[in-house]
Design a protein around this ligand. Structure first.
Ligand SMILES: Cc1cc2nc3c(=O)[nH]c(=O)nc-3n(C[C@H](O)[C@H](O)[C@H](O)COP(=O)(O)O)c2cc1C
Length: 191
């Protein structure tokens, strides 16, 4: 199995997927990994919903936005995710304050656990959460945080060194997504 370093370094957001389904046991593993993440004060105020059913997939898709920096970044119907991992905040457990730290811990854990299994992902934060709440028939105490889109990759993406502070990802001439990352020397303040 892939080690953590390779998962961290090799993971990229993928927005075009093959239509091969993900095994239920792999999806359950992702929930299990999210459950074990580090959470503030160990409160663990999250629930997780996994969507794989065909009609639900297209309803959830209608609540998403893709690749703001690309002209054609939205997946075509035959390139869409085959599963969505929905992170929910449980307000019966954590009543006040925001849940962004918890959300981030869960999403990042899922991205890496998926990568280890050869499953590609994209963290989605630009969401119509009101509509999602209805689609998922959520009870009052559950709040939609972010979603991780999942599937086997049908697109390549690689990190490239950032030039002139330009953060925008782009496609190269071979259609490979290029994701600018700040260099080690830029981000290292002191060691
Ligand atoms: C909180 C958060 C929200 C994001 N929301 C979206 C989104 O709504 N749509 C999308 O296509 N990508 C989204 N992304 C993916 C980012 O664009 C991506 O992580 C970034 O460009 C770096 O690329 P990389 O993940 O390949 O390293 C989101 C990422 C994060 C962390």
């Amino acid at each position: 199995m892939m080690n953590v370093y390779d998962a961290v370094m090799g993971r990229r957001s993928i927005r075009k997927f093959s239509q091969t389904p993900i095994l239920k046991e792999d999806l359950l593993d992702l929930v299990d990994c999210a459950r074990m993440a580090a959470y503030p004060a160990n409160v663990q105020p999250l629930k997780f919903a996994v969507v794989t059913e065909k009609e639900m997939l297209s309803e959830v898709f209608s609540c998403t936005k893709w690749a703001g920096y690309l002209e054609n970044g939205t997946p075509e119907p035959e390139q869409r995710p085959v599963a969505y991992f929905v992170v929910l905040g449980d307000r019966n457990i954590k009543k006040g304050g925001d849940l962004q730290v918890e959300n981030g811990a869960a999403c990042m854990t899922v991205l890496l656990a998926a990568k280890e299994r050869g499953i590609a992902s994209c963290w989605l934060g630009a969401l119509n959460r009101e509509k999602l709440r209805g689609i998922l028939s959520l009870p009052e105490h559950l709040e939609v945080l972010d979603i991780v889109a999942l599937g086997y990759p049908a697109q390549d993406s690689q990190a490239v060194e950032m030039k002139d502070g330009n953060v925008k990802y782009y496609l190269n001439e071979d259609g490979v997504l290029q994701v600018p990352k700040r260099s080690l020397s830029e981000v290292l303040y002191k060691i």
